[in-house]
Design a protein around this ligand. Structure first.
Ligand SMILES: Nc1ncnc2c1ncn2[C@@H]1O[C@H](COP(=O)(O)OP(=O)(O)O)[C@@H](O)[C@H]1O
Ligand SMILES: Nc1ccn([C@@H]2O[C@H](COP(=O)(O)OP(=O)(O)O)[C@@H](O)[C@H]2O)c(=O)n1
Length: 228
């Protein structure tokens, strides 16, 4: 595997299972701390969705790696189809394949270590940011919550977005299957980095979770300034 490489950018890595709250925390940190944000899940959703659209078998590793290598990152944000559960399930299937992960690795690292002009650092959220993509990140958070609570959050989100044809039971089953695939795969499984701060949001409001994330960021910045 390619080396992570040192950089002077201030990197925040946020990992965790679906609907734990990692994206919400990442977006708010990006705005409040002037960090560039990358939702790494969107890359895997992009590959999964492109594969389903082109009728590519979700186990055809070479074809999927080619899709990943040629992904148009600029188009991902605006593609509403990627936010749905079909794209999430396809993403979790293609993300098991080592060649797909390898094809997306450098773009994520480059974004983290060389954030776009105007940003002094970056925040990335996903499944393997603190463990594989940015093992030297200044801050590592692992956001989690009980699967039943996460399924209800995702159902509410889907309803808000107008996808009313799904049920709590269906979302819960998909999420359990996705958790099992993400945690059980051989390459870059979902797990907390040894030095990650764990935020269990099962009974924690998003405000309290965010305050804890900000406190971790401030502590890391003070530590860096003390060393400099
Ligand atoms: N601590 C929390 N308490 C209640 N709802 C939350 C909490 N964190 C996130 N949510 C809600 O759950 C949904 C999923 O959150 P999101 O940040 O997108 O999760 P993830 O990025 O981990 O998939 C959103 O609608 C969000 O507002
Ligand atoms: N760094 C990442 C990010 C996502 N993924 C995969 O992509 C799927 C979708 O990720 P996501 O972050 O968009 O999903 P949610 O947490 O928003 O539901 C996950 O279930 C993982 O299988 C991954 O393997 N590695």
């Amino acid at each position: 595997m390619a080396a992570a490489g040192k950089s002077s950018a201030f990197v925040v890595a946020i990992d965790g299972p679906a609907a734990s709250g990692k994206g919400t925390i990442a977006k708010r940190l990006a705005t409040d701390q002037q960090l560039a944000h990358l939702d790494t899940g969107l890359l895997y959703r992009g590959v999964g969705w492109a594969a389903v659209s082109a009728n590519i078998d979700l186990s055809d590793e070479q074809a999927l790696a080619d899709l990943a290598a040629n992904l148009n990152l600029a188009e991902l944000e605006s593609n509403k189809q990627l936010r749905g559960d079909q794209a999430a399930v396809a993403a979790s299937k293609v993300s098991v394949l080592p060649a797909v992960r390898a094809a997306l690795l450098q773009a994520q690292r480059r974004f983290a270590n060389e954030p776009p002009a105007g940003f002094h650092g970056s925040v990335l959220d996903g499944r393997d940011v603190g463990t594989v993509i940015c093992p030297d990140a200044a801050v590592k958070l692992y956001v989690t919550a009980d699967v039943e609570v996460r399924a209800q959050r995702r159902l509410n989100e889907l309803h808000t977005r107008g996808a009313s044809d799904t049920t709590y039971e269906a979302v819960l089953a998909d999420m359990k299957a996705r958790d099992a695939r993400d945690m059980g795969r051989a390459t870059a499984p979902l797990k907390p980095a040894d030095d990650a701060l764990i935020l269990d949001t099962t009974l924690m409001s998003i405000e309290v979770a965010y305050e804890q994330a900000v406190a971790a960021v401030k502590a890391a910045k003070e530590k860096q300034m003390a060393v400099a």
